[in-house]
Design a protein around this ligand. Structure first.
Ligand code: NOJ
Length: 697
């Protein structure tokens, strides 16, 4: 390979069809100056581009085709935050598997997922793309998604290479403003932000995407500590690192690089292998090598990593995809079934006063109200790959399909999601008054979360709260169905409306799944993977915080709290109700004293004391009471989603070892320190049964 051709492999280009100069982009492919293309999908389109590389370029190296298949390709599953609410990694693996099957059939062989950024600040719109605020849950979901996307063999026609992103600490953006600077301790980096990445790498993820953000003064895309010391040195990662979209030239705006050549040199030398969209490696790489500013060995290493993935994907043997397979596979009945199941499992029942839910199917009339009640576009969420709004099932459609012929389903939009007037509220009130129950779907539009969609308010936008208040004032039993990409500050709703169901953006089968839950065909069992604050002023609010020297006390002003709002969340991490009740008892520890390298078995009995079968997510938290580097008040270290028949009791078992009890000390060594530990097992991050044990040297 010439040096130019080597640098060509380091180039990921946006879809030429969308380029200002399409001919010039295609010419780069012909000249062998492109390693992969993003955003081209569909078997025919991909094959055409691949043909250019395979037939017209000198070396005939196949292209990679990357795409953001984040929660489904054409069959759109719940947004990742929703899927994380299922607390069911096997479900996440299954949906990723289906996404990979459809994507590969459409020519995509590389997905820019899973996004595993821990997000503690609900203002940050990209909180919707990850698994929430907790590193343990995040790691479990990351592992499952990687396994699902990559399958058993990458060369199989139903596998894609995964790309864990955004490395690292992108979710710690100051003030929740997207792309903003992050400045955090190495302890927090290692304890909170890195574990899901490590889990993805241990699960064999093929690629990593470097983040846009500046981390402690060194932008992630040119950060040798992240890209080389941790990734290669500590974790032995053997795949390649791709930059995020134009992150290399952005090193200039960050104030790190003086010019384009400098940006390319710093990124390459830090360990970045492939550049997304911008072409600084291509334009400046050869000169940088000749000048001795970037070693040729560094370029060779990057090329080798990229070619290795192409071999592994089987692209040298089978560069093209079968164009008949695509149509056969998309939206296969089994895929849609999984989408409905996944959606139902990701719903979180936040409140259900007086057992208002589930609803009977033979009510006389049901009012379905709200700007999100019949929006096909929004239920797909912000990233929806090749998903099509016209294929999505809205809440209104789902309810119509669920109830009997004698039940009248009345509909009124009430208001817009954002902006607009209050003119439609009167009609919504009329409709509610004519019905036995009012179901009000409110929240955010899909575009209000995701990339570049940070908010300074967590309130229901527009006139939606006024709509809810007006419906509630009719005196009709009211159910609020939330659709949103982040925790919302909905204190009034939580205090006044009897039933609230959090549905996030539940995907292509959203309406059917929500109706399954509203009418009791599915008993909800999801739990919040993020804390719901009462007000935006509490952000960032997360359960695994440090205790401070002055933990909040009700009658003591000089403790850590606010003078104008409670310090507690509206709904804690891990919260979620069911149509049945569970009792936890008999918490047992196999020992109460153990040495730093011993293991501990924890068992607890969980009994369904209600009248119907249901799911509970049994959660285990620990607290290291005194450590050389302080530890959070609680840390999730185990969970299990179980299904129990009415009256059934089961013993749930957890095993804790050094990997659970340890943490980084002041010198960033991962150690188990002797001393007292507390342990909590319950159905959320608040309360639960409690035990203690001691670790000795
Ligand atoms: C920018 C986003 O930050 C990243 O998540 C995505 O994969 C790329 N654009 C490609 O679409």
């Amino acid at each position: 390979m010439t040096l130019e051709e080597k640098l060509g492999q380091l180039q990921l280009l946006d879809n030429p069809a969308a380029a200002a100069d399409r001919a010039a982009a295609l010419d780069l492919v012909r000249r062998g100056l492109v390693g992969g293309i993003l955003n081209a999908h569909g078997a025919q389109q991909v094959n055409e581009l691949q043909r250019l590389a395979m037939q017209e370029s000198r070396l005939k190296i196949p292209l990679l085709f990357g795409y953001d298949v984040v929660h489904g390709y054409r069959t759109i599953f719940p947004v990742p935050l929703g899927e994380a609410s299922s607390w069911d990694p096997s479900l996440a693996e299954e949906t990723a598997r289906i996404a990979a099957t459809e994507a590969r059939a459409a020519g995509v062989n590389w997905t820019f997922a899973p996004m595993v950024d821990i997000a503690r600040d609900a203002r940050w719109g990209r909180i919707v793309e990850g698994a929430g605020e907790d590193p343990f849950l995040g790691a479990e979901m990351a592992r499952a998604r990687v396994r699902g996307f990559q399958g058993r063999a990458l060369a199989a026609p139903d596998a894609v290479a995964a790309c864990v992103k955004h490395f690292a600490a992108y979710g710690a953006a100051e003030a929740g403003r997207d792309y903003n600077t992050t400045d955090l301790s190495e302890w927090t980096l290692r304890e909170v932000y890195l574990p899901p990445f490590k889990a993805a790498i241990d699960a064999g993820v093929e690629t990593v995407m470097s983040a846009f953000n500046d981390l402690n003064g060194v932008p992630a895309s040119a950060n040798p500590f992240l890209l080389t010391d941790i990734l290669r040195g500590e974790w032995k990662f053997a795949g390649f690192v791709v930059s995020d979209y134009t992150a290399v030239p952005e090193l200039i705006a960050h104030g790190l690089a003086a010019d384009e050549a400098d940006a390319a040199a710093q990124a390459l030398n830090a360990g970045l292998d492939m550049e997304m969209v911008s072409r600084l490696f291509n334009l400046h790489g050869a000169r940088l090598v000749r000048q001795g500013k970037v070693p040729l060995a560094r370029i060779d290493e990057a090329v080798r990593r990229i070619l290795r993935l192409k071999f592994r994907l089987g692209l040298f043997d089978r560069p093209y995809v079968d164009e008949t397979r695509e149509a056969r596979l998309m939206l296969a009945p089994a895929h849609l079934d999984a989408a409905r199941r996944a959606a139902a499992r990701s719903l979180v029942l936040l409140k259900n006063q007086g057992d208002l839910l589930p609803l009977r199917k033979d009510l006389r009339a049901i009012a379905v109200i709200g700007p999100l009640a019949d929006s096909q576009r929004d239920v797909l969420g912000p990233w929806h790959a090749a998903g099509r709004a016209e294929e999505a099932v809205t809440l209104l459609q789902g309810i119509r399909a669920k109830v009997g012929a004698k039940t009248e389903v009345l509909y009124a939009k009430g208001c817009e999601i954002e902006g607009g007037t209050t003119d439609g509220i009167a009609e919504a009130v009329r409709v509610a008054k004519a019905a036995d129950v009012a179901i009000v779907a409110v929240g955010e539009s899909a575009e209000m979360s995701g990339e570049a969609a940070s908010r300074t308010s967590l309130a229901l936008p527009g006139h939606q709260l006024a709509l809810v208040k007006a419906i509630q004032a009719t005196g009709k039993p009211t159910v609020v169905v939330l659709m949103n990409g982040r925790p919302l500050a909905i204190e009034w709703v939580a205090e006044n409306v009897p039933a609230i169901l959090e549905t996030w953006f539940a995907g292509i089968q959203a309406g059917y799944a929500i109706a399954d839950v509203l009418f009791g065909d599915v008993n909800p069992g999801g739990k919040l993977p993020v804390t719901f604050p009462r007000t935006v002023g509490q952000a960032p609010l997360y359960y695994n915080h440090k205790n401070t020297g002055r933990p909040p006390q009700p009658n003591n002003k000089y403790t850590s709290k606010y003078i104008d709002a409670p310090w507690t969340p509206l709904f804690p991490f891990g919260h979620g109700l069911s149509y049945t009740q569970f009792r936890f008892s008999n918490l047992q520890l196999s020992r109460t004293r153990l040495s730093t390298n011993e293991r501990l078995v924890v068992t607890v009995d969980v009994e369904n004391t209600g009248q119907r079968a249901g799911d509970e997510v049994v959660q285990l938290y620990i607290r290291d009471v005194a450590a050389s580097a302080t530890r959070p008040v609680r840390e999730l270290k185990g969970f299990a989603r179980i299904t129990l028949a009415a009256g059934e009791r089961r013993t749930v078992r957890f095993e804790l070892g050094p990997e659970h009890l340890g943490a980084h000390d002041r010198h960033m060594r991962f150690v188990v320190e002797p001393g007292e530990f507390r342990l909590y097992v319950g159905n959320s991050s608040a309360g639960g049964l409690e035990a203690r044990f001691d670790v000795f040297d």
